[in-house]
Design a protein around this ligand. Structure first.
Ligand SMILES: Cc1ncc(COP(=O)(O)O)c(C=O)c1O
Length: 360
């Protein structure tokens, strides 16, 4: 049988054709420590409240156009002007929209290694991407970034605090120096997906200038990755422009309803973030003197494990039912696996699996 001729697809923009798809291969494993999710779901009593409210919602009607009620609840929780809050299905969507807002035809500046979606969206949308290598200790390359900010632009700057995938948290003076250098020519984004696991909170820095944005998500500390909800905190002026790029009715009734229930009961999120931090420190100290693996310090809900052979270490953990994420192909991360913090029992299994592996 002859196969159908390959379509030429010359109508598909070259930038889209040459950009590789988001690199993720789902693998099933009993202990899933590969996506920096929360190991625990919404508490059962809150699930019950959410289900009852969903039972009363109108599923045949479009949701609120810009999710106003949810935006007001986020604003109250964050002590922010509701006019400066924009919500989308995950902060990944905001990364795309910010790239449309300030990157297309301009420059997207970030560091290397970094969260892959910044580069992916820049590539898909045909923006020029500039990535400055992190310092050897994973701290922000302040001088290099300031140079690019002053010489290049205008465009879009991404600073991730704590940084992903290293978990490094910079001191505030360094973050401030970089954001200040962005001046008015750049839209400066602080991606704070993991801020609840640190003493850091970038809101004061964002408030100082109208062209700054904080990105936050319900996917990590809130334990609601399946809901797909992220938000931007920014000035009303920038939010009004960003909102134009958000497609109408983009956060559905189910997500709006469940997120509102979570926001009415934020104590669970704070308690779990504190527990994750305790567990992170317990795991890191249990692995501190490992003869072959080096667990790197982190301020997030994950850490990097440097191994002599990432493939062998990945397969060893998988054979013990533990799935982690390989990062060893990224610049500066030779031999590294990224490991999310799980429940205490899952972390015990991780420690036992690594302790049982002292040679190849
Ligand atoms: C640094 C960073 N930013 C943003 C996101 C996107 O989160 P979401 O789209 O689930 O809100 C992630 C997810 O892993 C992340 O690590």
């Amino acid at each position: 049988m002859t196969s159908a001729p390959k379509p030429a697809l010359s109508g598909v923009r070259e930038a889209v054709r040459r950009t590789p798809a988001y690199p993720f291969t789902p693998i099933d494993a009993p202990i899933k420590l590969d996506q920096n999710e929360s190991a625990q779901d919404l508490p059962p009593e809150l699930r019950q409240i959410a289900l009852e409210r969903l039972g009363q919602a109108d599923w045949n009607r479009y949701p609120d156009l810009h999710a106003d009620s949810l935006r007001h609840k986020i604003a109250a929780f964050e002590d922010w002007n509701p006019e400066g809050v924009v919500v989308t299905p995950g902060s990944n969507v905001l990364i795309k929209l910010l790239t449309e807002l300030a990157g297309v035809g301009q420059t997207v500046l970030s560091v290397q290694p970094n969260f892959s979606v910044y580069g992916l969206e820049a590539s898909l949308l045909g923006a020029k991407s500039v990535q400055v290598p992190l310092n050897g200790d994973f701290s922000l390359p302040v001088a290099g970034l300031i140079h690019e900010l002053k010489e290049g632009g205008p465009g879009l700057l991404f600073v991730t605090q704590p940084h992903a995938p290293t978990g490094h948290l910079d001191n505030e003076a360094d973050v401030r120096a970089v954001l200040d250098a962005a001046g008015d020519d750049w839209v400066a984004v602080l991606d704070e997906a993991y801020y609840q696991f640190t003493p850091h909170d970038g809101r004061a820095l964002i408030r100082e200038r109208g062209n700054r944005v904080s990105l936050r998500t319900f996917s990590k500390a809130w334990g609601l990755a399946g809901l797909r909800l992220g938000y931007a905190l920014t000035s009303p002026e920038l939010a009004a422009n960003l909102q134009k790029l958000v497609s109408a009715f983009n956060v559905n009734v189910l997500t709006q309803t469940v997120a509102e229930v979570a926001l009415e009961h934020p104590a669970y999120m704070r308690e779990r973030a504190a527990e994750t931090v305790r567990e992170r420190e317990r795991v890191l100290s249990a692995l501190a003197n490992h003869p072959i693996y080096q667990a790197l310090p982190s301020q997030a809900n994950f850490f990097l494990l440097r191994t002599p052979d990432a493939d062998a270490a990945f397969q060893h953990l998988l054979s013990r039912g533990i799935l982690v994420r390989r990062q060893d192909k990224l610049p500066m991360l030779d031999g590294c696996l990224r490991v999310s913090i799980g429940t205490p029992q899952q972390n015990d299994a991780l420690i036992a699996a690594l302790e049982g592996s002292t040679e190849y």
